[in-house]
Design a protein around this ligand. Structure first.
Ligand SMILES: Cc1ncc(COP(=O)(O)O)c(C=O)c1O
Length: 472
């Protein structure tokens, strides 16, 4: 069963979320109000665990009779969309568990669209040769580097400094990927039961890390244009989280990038909150706009931000190399949580950071444009923003059928992740993430399969069945 978070929604805010519902006011029925609230919960606009306003206030704000509101809530309770407890009030919930689709490995012959991960940069083997020449001297050591190989730490520090965030090698720790780094940070800075402020939607594996650390997610919904900073501020002030996690650069899955003014405001909010905040920069390098990059968030709240990054998307996921950049004291604490990353891959990373990512960006930008074109041609009822970077499109479906769509697509050989996996408690059934990191022929196959699957789910009006889709 879902438990309440301390996030709450006021009566007027809830009425605003219901949009035009209240326009017809008292002429509407309890069943209709229940249906409208259910959609908000399934879509994720009303985060699971959010405490609802008292019935009387809600009825007054709608406006509708208290009996109608009561009957609607009873119906939602009976269906598992609302839970109530004496003394705690009522909160949004979901019946049962959202299936954990998209975890593990795809079956044989199934194309992997669950991961947004491209092939390695073409110069990987050249960097490999250069790293090989530097490797033998490590054969005289134990090979354990709790902080990382000095030259790699220095190279990462330089990279941060060049981005406008002065960094010493002592502020860097090399880790086996950003995801492992996140779990290690949770291990040091939280205790089971503590709250972690996160975006809704957020990176699915980060949500699993929150769950594994037995933290309680405090989900702040993103808006159509990005971060709801007043809501972040309120959550920090009223819900007392122990830590936060944010992806400000081409957020996974929405693709939003936090603007410079929002960064300044976010920095001010963090400085007031005084809790450690993890900033995940894993896809920061995959920027296809050519515009000047905004400053790293750590430059705006230096004492609090713990930045994690990775070579997984910029260079290759198979390296399993990432890093942490923070104050020295943080790095020293984190170094005690593991025995270090593989030497050879660290040397390789130092070589790779010298390479030019221009071609990689160009290739991925073309793939993004190809997926945009394919979806517009074959799934015209879907809507999405074209992100300036990152690796996926976050698509809004005409109906809340994400899980069903994923199940259908898997049957036809394409493995996707339903929207619910990007929500702290599921929901988000109206959304699906479609990565564009794959090669063009795989993008075509993916769209062919999802268009056919949508056609089956929606009764096919106007959509041609596979295999005759006009995908070119
Ligand atoms: C935002 C974000 N953080 C972290 C990761 C995982 O990084 P790593 O492979 O370094 O563990 C991903 C991969 O999809 C990601 O999108």
């Amino acid at each position: 069963m879902t438990h309440p978070t301390t996030a709450r929604i006021g009566a007027r805010e809830l009425v605003a979320l219901l949009g035009s519902w209240h326009a017809e006011g008292s002429r509407r029925t309890a069943a209709e109000l229940a249906a409208a609230l259910r959609v908000l919960i399934i879509e994720g606009s009303l985060a699971i665990g959010t405490l609802l306003p008292a019935e009387r206030e809600f009825a007054r704000a709608l406006p509708a009779s208290r009996t109608l509101v009561s009957a609607a809530l009873d119906r939602l309770r009976a269906d598992g969309f609302v839970h109530s407890r004496q003394g705690s009030g009522s909160w949004a919930s979901l019946p049962g568990d959202t299936p954990r689709l998209g975890l593990g490995e795809p079956g044989p012959g199934v194309i992997d669209f669950a991961r947004a991960a491209p092939e390695p940069v073409p110069w990987l083997m050249r960097a490999f040769e250069a790293a090989r020449l530097r490797f033998p001297r490590f054969l005289e050591t134990s090979g354990y580097t709790a902080f990382g190989v000095p030259e790699t730490r220095a190279r990462i520090a330089e990279w941060f400094t060049a981005r406008g965030l002065p960094t010493e090698p002592g502020q860097v720790l090399v880790a086996t990927g950003a995801l492992t780094a996140l779990s290690r940070i949770f291990e040091v800075y939280t205790a089971p039961g503590a709250r972690c402020l996160i975006e809704q939607p957020s990176y699915a594996n980060a949500l699993l890390a929150v769950e594994r650390a037995r933290l309680r997610p405090l989900a702040v919904p993103m808006t159509a244009s990005g971060w709801d900073l007043p809501a972040v501020e309120t959550a920090l002030r009223t819900a007392n989280p122990a830590i936060g996690y944010v992806v400000p650069d081409f957020q996974n899955p929405t693709g939003h990038r936090m603007s410079e003014p929002d960064r300044e405001r976010f920095g001010r909010i963090l400085r007031r909150a005084k809790i450690p905040f993890v900033v995940d920069e894993t896809v920061v390098e995959l920027d296809y706009t050519g515009a000047e990059a905004p400053r790293p968030l750590a430059a705006l709240a230096p004492g609090q931000v713990i930045t994690i990054g990775s070579a997984s998307k910029s260079h290759w996921g198979g390296l399993r190399i990432g890093w942490v950049r923070a104050e020295r004291e943080v790095i020293e604490r984190l170094a005690r949580t593991d025995l270090g990353a593989p030497i050879f891959e660290q040397l390789l990373l130092a070589e790779l950071l010298d390479g030019d990512l221009g071609e990689r960006r160009e290739l991925l930008r073309e793939r993004r444009d190809e997926l945009v074109r394919l979806l517009r041609a074959n799934c015209p009822q879907w809507s999405f923003r074209v992100p300036g970077g990152g690796l996926s499109l976050w698509c809004e479906l005409p109906e809340p059928v994400s899980t069903r769509l994923v199940v259908e697509a898997e049957r036809d050989g394409v493995w996707l992740v339903p929207g619910g996996r990007f929500g702290a408690h599921g929901g988000l059934e109206r959304w699906i993430r479609v990565p564009f990191a794959q090669r063009a022929e795989q993008l075509r196959e993916c769209v062919r399969v999802i268009a056919a699957a949508s056609a089956r789910l929606h009764g096919a009006d106007g959509v041609v069945e596979a295999p005759d889709l006009p995908v070119v």
